[in-house]
Design a protein around this ligand. Structure first.
Ligand SMILES: Nc1ncnc2c1ncn2[C@@H]1O[C@H](COP(=O)(O)OP(=O)(O)OP(=O)(O)O)[C@@H](O)[C@H]1O
Ligand SMILES: [Mg+2]
Length: 164
């Protein structure tokens, strides 16, 4: 499966989609989020937190730190790289321990990773259409994520979605 796209028509739907991805995430899984300001990246991350049984109210944006850690059975490492000017800033905080760590990593503004972009991850791109409509595109990078997307999309049954 190359990609899967979903038209979210409300904040709640985006939250639900994040929560639906969560059960498929394993220790060391990486989700890279792309898309403009206000397109829904943090909302989706809150949904992932919810799905991991972490209090989603703790998940915030904008943030003045590059990484927030939320404790849980599977810890959530939430990077928000909007304000990062150079990758040296995350090298300094030992980002590898978190990106490839003992939890689930979610990276907002993942395009800023540049050369540090992992080889395998779930890419999720948010396209602000109008009002409350957001096109959310999943593109798996690597075998593990291809399998993950397949399982997730199969379990969605008759919901509004398009599989390419
Ligand atoms: N379908 C939708 N999905 C997600 N958010 C929506 C949707 N419709 C409206 N919204 C609103 O859009 C905003 C999305 O904000 P959010 O913080 O999730 O974006 P973001 O991509 O993280 O932005 P930033 O780049 O600033 O971190 C919220 O105010 C939310 O209520
Ligand atoms: Mg955000």
């Amino acid at each position: 499966m190359k990609s899967f796209e979903y038209l979210s028509q409300s904040e709640k739907e985006t939250l639900r989609l994040g929560a639906e991805l969560a059960p498929y995430l394993r220790w060391g899984s990486i989700v890279c989020l792309f898309g403009d300001l206000g397109s829904g990246k943090t909302t989706f991350t809150k949904g992932i937190a919810q799905g991991l049984k972490i209090n989603q109210k703790k998940v915030n944006s904008p943030t003045f730190v590059l990484l927030n850690i939320y404790a849980g059975k599977k810890p959530l490492y939430h990077f928000d790289l909007y304000r990062m000017e150079e990758t040296g800033e995350i090298l300094n905080i030992g980002y590898e321990e978190f990106l490839y760590g003992d939890g689930v990593a979610v990276v907002e503004w993942a395009d800023k990773l540049g050369d540090l972009m992992p080889k395998e991850y779930m890419s999720v791109t948010f396209v602000h259409q109008d009002n409350n409509n957001r096109l959310i595109q999943f593109e798996p990078r690597g075998k593990h994520y291809v399998g993950m997307l397949k399982k997730m999309s199969q379990s969605r049954g008759g919901m509004k979605s398009k599989i390419k």
